[in-house]
Design a protein around this ligand. Structure first.
Ligand SMILES: [Zn+2]
Length: 136
């Protein structure tokens, strides 16, 4: 009958696990801290934009993501601005990460309301198990 709060969590896997165990609210710096350090969270797991494999990749971080960073910028651009230490790098990756986290939370809320959280969780883990898209 009262909301349950979990401080400082966290990674998407941990959030899904916490919600499964009844946690209603949490907070964490991870989406923005990760964004500032070149890490993006996607449906298919974590992407390190610093890696050379993204240097010439014209594809977005996540082709199914509707955030402005994914709709307007390539992995190659995000890689370049991170390497050039441009502030826009952390801003764009944080924008994407916050969008991803918001969609993850909305997906869990919808799944709970629809009585299909177990199916949501299975799909969440199956997508992450696929890993990042193949390099070009
Ligand atoms: Zn995105």
């Amino acid at each position: 009958d009262r909301p349950r709060y979990l401080m400082g969590v966290g990674k998407p896997d941990d959030i899904v696990g916490a919600v499964k165990r009844g946690v209603d609210m949490m907070d964490c710096v991870l989406p923005s801290r990760s964004g500032r350090t070149g890490q993006a969270w996607t449906r298919r797991g974590q992407v390190n934009i610093k890696n050379a494999r993204h240097q010439d990749d014209p594809r977005p971080l996540d082709e199914n993501c509707t955030c402005p960073a994914c709709r307007n910028y390539s992995r190659a651009y995000l890689h370049h601005v991170f390497r050039a230490q441009e502030m826009i790098s952390g801003m764009l990756l944080t924008w994407h990460n916050l969008h991803y986290y918001q969609e993850l939370m909305q997906g869990m809320r919808d799944a709970i309301t629809g009585g299909r959280f177990d199916a949501f969780e299975a799909q969440f883990h199956a997508q992450r198990a696929e890993g990042d898209i193949e390099p070009l």
